[in-house]
Write a protein that binds this ligand. Structure first.
Ligand SMILES: Nc1ncnc2c1ncn2[C@@H]1O[C@H](COP(=O)(O)OP(=O)(O)OP(=O)(O)O)[C@@H](O)[C@H]1O
Ligand SMILES: [Mg+2]
Length: 306
């Protein structure tokens, strides 16, 4: 493993005394897409802002590429691009100037060809001469991404990048994120669209009330906490589950037409063939059979409510 961000025992208590982060420890590997999930007020933005040096930590350590974010602020900040949750940029400036200035702030040499490719990838090239105030909400959000990419950062934070973005555009932004990762950029995103994390992330972190309650490989998380369901659509309705099948955790739909068996994903699935044999023996026949795996969304809800 090759961590590019190392957060250890991080605490944040805001001026009013509110503790927004509690002993958070986390490593982000170079080149991964990490999705940070959690309900409103969980502490996601606070964590990101501390790593980016916008908010001061109360205690703990944060290293970016092995450098302390306070001692070596200029260096660590230069590696990072941040797309903030709140859109804040000069409304009277043009798209082109915004990306050009942003590159300049980080002392990067001029590179119009690079900026052109960034704007083209985000479908903003036609709007480059427009003032920000003349753009739609979704376009403004994309300008924030272009601005964050202007200095060719190695790490990109996307704080709810697709809030208020239409479905088609969201998909094209996912493409863009994947392309960035392929070019070696490490990506940390927060989102309330769990399907976005399911679609994009290599790893998932769940934060709740300032505590990081889970960090896990996405597929492992879904395997570990996911449930599977086997559904049988019956040919004729059952009044009740036959006595001989009482050993199985079966549920019958109110109309008597669907039998459901819930089991966890790690469960040995050979029990299913046995169940099907038992059904046959008891004269229960079905016309369709399908399985359903719980989504990351269901797992997430289960995690933050336990
Ligand atoms: N400047 C501040 N002063 C005091 N409390 C703050 C400040 N900024 C944030 N908080 C509090 O810290 C907690 C975490 O806020 P944060 O913005 O990190 O949450 P979040 O997980 O990003 O939520 P959301 O999903 O709504 O964006 C909240 O209770 C919030 O009210
Ligand atoms: Mg936030």
């Amino acid at each position: 493993m090759n961590p590019i961000i190392e957060v250890s025992h991080l605490n944040k208590i805001y001026a009013g005394g509110f503790q927004a982060l509690k002993d958070v420890s986390l490593q982000i590997d170079k080149g991964e897409i990490f999705a940070l999930l959690g309900p409103n007020g969980a502490g996601k933005t606070t964590l990101i802002h501390i790593i980016c040096g916008i908010v001061n930590r109360t205690s703990g350590e944060v290293l970016v590429d092995g450098h302390d974010i306070i001692r070596d602020y200029r260096y660590t900040r230069s590696l990072i691009g941040l797309v903030p949750q709140e859109l804040a940029t000069d409304q009277f400036e043009t798209v082109w100037n915004i990306v050009r200035f942003s590159r300049g702030i980080f002392d990067q040499p001029k590179n119009p060809a690079y900026l052109e490719s960034v704007l083209k990838n985000l479908a903003l090239w036609e709007k480059r001469k427009n003032k920000i105030m003349t753009l739609s909400g979704g376009m403004k959000r994309r300008v924030m991404i272009a601005k964050a990419l202007a200095h060719e950062p190695q790490i990109l934070f996307l704080d709810e990048p697709t809030a208020g973005v239409d479905v088609e555009l969201r998909k094209s932004m996912w493409e863009q994120v994947r392309r960035l990762r392929e070019s070696g950029v490490t990506i940390i995103l927060t989102t309330h669209y769990i399907e976005e994390a399911e679609e994009l992330a290599d790893r998932i972190g769940v934060i709740n009330h300032g505590e990081l309650i889970v960090t896990e490989d996405k597929s492992r998380l879904m395997k570990k906490l996911g449930k599977k369901e086997l559904n049988l659509e019956l040919k004729a309705p059952l009044k009740a589950i036959p006595e001989a099948l009482s050993g199985y955790q079966l549920k019958l739909s109110p109309d008597g037409l669907v039998l459901t068996l819930a089991y966890d994903s790690t469960h040995n699935e050979s029990g299913i063939t046995e169940l099907l044999d038992r059904l046959k023996e008891n004269g229960v026949s079905y016309k369709d059979i399908y399985t359903k795996q719980s989504s990351l969304e269901e797992i997430f809800v289960q995690l933050v409510h336990q």
